[in-house]
Ligand binder design. Structure first.
Ligand code: ADP
Ligand code: ADP
Length: 228
């Protein structure tokens, strides 16, 4: 499992004063275990597309299917991380990660085990009790990534997750993300406006153009996948 099917999806936002077609007729099939990079300039509808996969925004027309079932509301089987880590300032790193478990009513012992495994995997060991403001931007994004992965979602959605970080931190985290993808086998959809990042990480790159947001090109990435 882990597949996503997007079928001729459009999304138009209507407010009192304007109508914006954010996504206009996008079709895409994401196979289980793929790493799809969605590349495009600011405002081309990338975030909106992710939100439709997550069931946070309803398509105006067209359908999104997740693991074979039509998406009609917020999805449990998805992990989501954004450009801003959005951590609770008064909770330590581990407790921020475990928030996911509390929200979803996961078994406490199982969640604790998974949290420790992710903390280990992302190099957060020793920082379990650190408050968000005591952590660097890179470390905060690692916490957000762990939080997104705690319930072992078959699909991980990432919206410019490292966009606010400096180039070196970003590169390190991308390497880690690649390793996490390989080790967990989760399907990843990454939104970015960095061509290098899209190609480095993706098994496929979907290029979107703005006004209105459309997929204009699909590029298979045929690079050696081993980066160690
Ligand atoms: P990207 O992620 O590629 O920067 P977005 O999906 O955030 O693009 O936005 C695409 C377009 O839709 C933009 O013009 C944006 O202003 C508009 N838009 C996004 N969300 C809303 C909303 N909730 N209400 C109105 N317009 C929106
Ligand atoms: P990168 O993401 O490139 O590793 P970071 O700035 O996130 O860069 O962290 C670099 C290293 O600095 C981390 O691996 C960690 O060991 C250490 N570090 C980060 N934040 C802190 C902190 N708040 N206190 C002490 N050491 C830290």
């Amino acid at each position: 499992a882990g597949g996503v099917e997007i079928e001729d999806v459009t999304c138009t936002f209507t407010t009192k004063h304007s109508r914006t077609t954010a996504v206009d007729g996008v079709s895409m099939r994401i196979e289980p275990g793929e790493f799809v990079s969605i590349l495009g300039p600011s405002g081309c509808g990338k975030s909106t597309l992710l939100k439709m996969i997550a069931g946070l925004v309803r398509p105006t027309t067209g359908t999104v299917r997740l693991l074979g079932a039509e998406v009609r509301g917020p999805q449990r089987r998805i992990g989501f991380a954004f450009q801003r880590a959005a951590l609770l300032e008064w909770r330590g790193a581990r407790k921020n990660i475990l928030l996911q478990a509390e929200m979803r009513g996961m078994d406490k012992a199982a969640a604790a085990r998974k949290a420790d495994e992710l903390i280990e995997m992302t190099g957060l060991k020793g920082f379990e009790d650190a408050l968000p403001h005591e952590l660097s931007g890179g470390m905060q994004q690692r916490v957000a990534l762990c939080r997104a992965l705690l319930h072992e979602p078959p699909v991980l959605l990432l919206d410019e997750p490292f966009g606010a970080l400096d180039a070196l931190t970003r590169e390190n985290l991308n390497t880690e993300l690649h390793r996490i993808w390989r080790e967990t086998g989760t399907t990843v959809v990454l939104v970015t406006h960095s061509i290098a990042e899209a190609i480095y990480l993706g098994t496929r790159v979907e290029v979107m153009s703005p006004r209105p947001g459309r997929v204009v090109e699909t590029l298979p990435v045929d690079l050696p996948r081993e980066r160690e």
